[in-house]
Design a protein around this ligand. Sequence first.
Ligand code: HEM
Length: 423
Amino acid sequence: MNLPDISAPAIDLTVVDPFAAGEYHDLFTYLRTHAPVYWNPVPGGDGFWALTRHRDVAAAYNDHANLSSSGGAMLGGSLHSDVDTASGRMLVASDLPRHRMLRQVMHRVFAAEVMERVRTRVRVLVDRAVGDLLANGGCDFATDIALELPRGAVMAIMDVGYEEAAHLVDLTRRMIGYRDPRFGASSADSVRDQRLRLGVVQAEIFEFFADLVRDRAATPGPDLMGILLTAEVNGNQLSEEDILYNCMNVAVGGNETSSYTACAGMAELATEPAHLARLAEQPELVDSAVGEMVRWSSTNAYVQRVALRDTVIGDQLIGAGQIVTLWNVSANYDEEQFPNAHTFDLARSPNRHLSYGSGLHRCIGASFAQVELSVLLERLVAAGVEFELAGPVRRLWSNFILGITELPLAVSGTRPTTGRDRS
Ligand code: HEM
């Protein structure tokens, strides 16, 4: 690979263009090689550290003594301020001991029987969407099929109907896409305009969940809302605000990630038909294929931590209070950990990707994402559909969530189905 002619001080990972163009790998190869613990200056603001090697990112995820999650996972905070207002309340933005107590509550949401409901819901929706794909000879996978994954999951986790689930997924899509012209942003927007748009859509999501609290308060069921309404943390019920924050965490954590991961995987399958044919022959590879899709897409590009005290990473001193970012998308392509990292290998094993994070905050929905993506692959294989790219791919304007927002596919043929059907 040709390394770009860039000097480390010129690299600014907050510049979105390379991410939106899908051209960030050379940048990270450079950083891993020359500045694996990189101080990213931010014009007119505080800078941050960027970790790009697999071993440093994995170690940082597990260094709960020195690195705090309370600043939230995304650079720049949320809503109207630089401080994440979810700090200490939302699972992903809390530290020990609060995190342990919240996580115990949330584990009940991710129980095996809920996972089976997710499987059933997603399967029905994917079958319908793949039927439409075959009937119409093509589709925009990003909008016509990928979104059915989180919709099915939301129906099962929150016990809501299809329309409500679709509305929630639409809201979280707009929230994560708050800087993307496709979702109403303009290049003339100031940071304040962007924050305002983010704040408005976040308020709509809170309203969605506040309505659900009102509906369910009298007769809480065994779904997400019911579990949070009846939960006790330290002998106290959760406040309504805490309930809303954690519903938001599940919705945002699950909706965008699984669907954008599906898009990245499908873009790869569409450019290389041999992959699906191999899966049809060897359905036992579905699990590793999903793992490779999750590594390949590295949908959650990075997470943020804040140093609680002076600490050393690599040979670099990190000052107390400084921000440290853990770049999954770089760690997942570190050749030291992944031989032929730039080859999509659906039988890759071992595959110690960090797309779900690691340590105490490791994605609590990982097994659900795994189910959603497995069902997708299994149903595509069962339908015997072959497809190819039918137009340009468009990517989300974000350096935090890496996503494909337009993925036009055309059916290029059908394969005789094998009758082997795991789902
Ligand atoms: C391919 C799909 C997914 C990816 C790439 C992904 C990625 C991640 C990552 C990197 C973290 C760790 C954040 C940190 O350490 O700060 C995380 C945590 C979390 N994820 Fe996922 N996620 C996925 C699917 C899901 C799903 C399907 C759900 C729910 C339905 C979900 C809900 C959550 C929640 C609630 C947390 C917070 C866990 C904690 O802080 O203890 N995620 N996810």
